[in-house]
Design a protein around this ligand. Structure first.
Ligand SMILES: [Mg+2]
Length: 214
């Protein structure tokens, strides 16, 4: 096995829980929509969710909080996102794993979240990372194999020397494997029986320690 140089992490669902994003999309945005339109929260939430559905997650706009604030007539998102910051929450093993790996490897984020979200999501752990890549903000695409290739190029590293971990089977496992990255699917809820599925990042740390000793 090639020597590992870079360990790449997805952000949401991998390092940080979905609570912050949920609060932005399904609480703070409907709340502001309700205020602006003088309607009650439940109706606002229904209306906003219907608008989300019409666009759908295959279009890039779906992920773009600025697009939504504009479309729904809500001004700019910054202060609204700020009100949700207490919802940023890391999985229990994250601090320990990052502290331990950051001494041995270059750590990067390879995320599908936009930078508007990453700025909040990574606030307490950002110092561990050499680079933060957002497929949407930086390359205007979802996490495709091409995105991972761009990440490797930017890091000046061959894909075989990169390990990536994330909680989406297509975006974090299939796509990076297509170009030869050693990818691991993180299945925190243990819903799959995949051989390469990890249930916590502690297992990634163990795998790397093991690979190191070979
Ligand atoms: Mg994820």
């Amino acid at each position: 096995m090639s020597e590992i140089k870079v360990v790449s992490f997805d952000a949401e669902g991998t390092l940080v829980t979905p609570d912050f994003s949920y609060a932005v999309w399904f609480e703070a945005i409907p709340e502001r929509y309700a205020e602006r339109n003088g309607i009650d929260f439940e109706l606002a939430r229904k209306t906003v969710e219907e608008e989300y559905r019409k666009v759908g997650d295959q279009r890039l706009e779906w992920y773009d909080v600025r697009y939504w604030f504009d479309k729904l007539g809500l001004g700019t998102p910054d202060s609204v996102m700020e009100t949700c910051r207490s919802k940023v929450c890391y999985y229990p093993e994250v601090g320990e794993v990052l502290a331990s790996l950051s001494g041995k490897y270059k750590l990067v984020i390879a995320s599908g979240s936009t930078r508007d979200f990453l700025n909040h999501l990574l606030r307490d752990i950002e110092p561990y990372f050499t680079r933060v890549f957002s497929s949407l903000t930086d390359y205007k695409q979802l996490k495709t194999s091409e995105f991972y290739l761009r990440v490797c190029q930017a890091m000046g590293v061959q894909p075989e020397r990169v390990v990536h971990v994330g909680d989406n089977l297509q975006f974090d496992f299939v796509a990076p494997r297509e170009i030869g990255i050693q990818a691991f699917y993180l299945d925190r809820k243990q819903q799959s029986d995949g051989r390469n599925a990890l249930t916590s990042l502690i297992q990634l740390k163990a795998y790397l320690a093991d690979a190191d000793n070979k």
